[in-house]
Design a protein around this ligand. Structure first.
Ligand SMILES: NC(=O)c1ccc[n+]([C@@H]2O[C@H](COP(=O)([O-])OP(=O)(O)OC[C@H]3O[C@@H](n4cnc5c(N)ncnc54)[C@H](O)[C@@H]3O)[C@@H](O)[C@H]2O)c1
Length: 327
């Protein structure tokens, strides 16, 4: 049985991915565990006899951490544009330097595949639909640091060390370490709490999306077949304007259009659509999960775990507090 190390595996995507990979593999989660659910609930997790934790900062990594590890999934770091601007030096130190050092040591220790979770934010503002061959245009510190890390890690690839760069769209869906600062999750939670959805600007801005379920399916395919070569791919299930997305959520709840309000002063200038050449090329069997099944699971989970918008679910709130306490 292969052993997978998930760096940043205690977060939103990682908490879900860890439980999915445990069905077939041994999993080591390397994380500072800033968000606690996974760390505190090890006993409740199925197949936890195969689960190991390494609680450390990314920059404290050493070769001992990779003993017996076949594949690394790197989901670590500051995970969005606004939080990355709170402390640019910290963002460069973790998202670029820390993640690069992690990959370098993993390669020296004989890890066979390195899957680096990146972001479609590397394309920045763009009127055209971008694909993997489009010119990158990172605007935020987050996008710049991630792009530099992914470029330098991709250069490390060889026949014994395969590297896959997954440029994620905005994620949505349920994880016990839920994020309530991602647009679909925000809209669903807002409808549950207030029966209203608030859209920034006029809502005409486009964004690409993919669910946690679909991202985990892609990880499983990649890990399950050693023949996959090194490649860079966008991960996108669909593109939507924010206004259409709000209406889609309203339709799911069988609500009415006047439950959507527009916060026109709070203009959102981010506007981009992505497609993928490599997703179809490498994952022909992939079927995306339906929007409504993801929302069903999200609602059930929010209610079951009584999840609220606070420092553990909104990354800006968490990192503001973290940097305030340190400086
Ligand atoms: N969520 C999205 O919509 C989205 C979109 C595109 C890309 N991504 C990327 O996917 C990855 C996972 O995103 P997420 O939403 O799960 O983020 P997250 O914030 O929930 O998870 C990041 C994890 O990294 C850990 N971490 C952060 N700094 C650390 C450090 N210095 N040392 C050790 N551990 C540290 C945190 O404890 C956390 O568990 C990130 O790399 C993010 O940039 C996410």
């Amino acid at each position: 049985m292969k052993t997978i190390l998930i760096s940043g595996g205690g977060g939103y995507l990682g908490t879900y991915l860890t439980q999915e990979l445990l069905k077939n593999y041994k999993v080591t989660v390397y994380d500072g565990f800033y968000f606690k659910w996974l760390f505190k609930n090890k006993r409740k997790i199925k197949y936890n006899n195969r689960l190991k934790f390494i609680k450390k900062d990314i920059n404290q990594v050493s070769s001992n951490d990779f003993k017996g590890i076949d594949v690394v999934c790197d989901l670590n770091g500051i995970p969005n544009d606004p939080s990355s601007e709170l402390n640019k030096k910290y963002t460069w130190n973790v998202n670029y330097k820390g993640r690069k050092k992690f990959a370098k040591i993993a390669k020296n220790c004989g890890v066979k595949r390195y899957i680096f979770n990146s972001t479609c934010a590397v394309y920045g503002y763009n009127k055209k639909i971008v694909n993997e061959n489009s010119i990158t245009n990172p605007l935020s510190t987050y996008a710049k640091a991630n792009l530099k890390a992914e470029k330098e890690i991709y250069q490390m690839k060889n026949k014994n060390f395969k590297v896959n760069i997954l440029r994620n769209s905005t994620l949505f869906g349920f994880s016990q370490n839920l994020r309530l600062d991602l647009v679909i999750n925000i809209f669903v939670n807002s409808y549950l709490e207030k029966r209203r959805i608030s859209v920034n600007g006029d809502g005409k801005q486009w964004r690409p999306f993919i669910s946690l379920t679909d991202v985990a399916k892609i990880y499983k395919l990649l890990i399950g077949d050693e023949k996959y070569p090194s490649f860079i791919t966008n991960l996108v299930a669909f593109n939507s304007t924010i206004k259409d997305l709000a209406l889609k959520v309203i339709k799911y709840f069988k609500g009415s259009v006047d439950q959507v309000e527009f916060n026109r002063e709070n203009k959102d200038n981010r506007n981009y659509r992505t497609k993928s050449i490599n997703l179809r090329k490498y994952f022909k069997s992939l079927k995306f999960s339906s929007f409504s099944s993801e929302i069903d699971k999200l609602i059930k989970g929010i209610k079951k775990y009584k999840i609220k918008s606070d420092t553990s679910t909104v990354r800006m709130k968490f990192y503001k507090q973290k940097f305030l306490n340190k400086n």
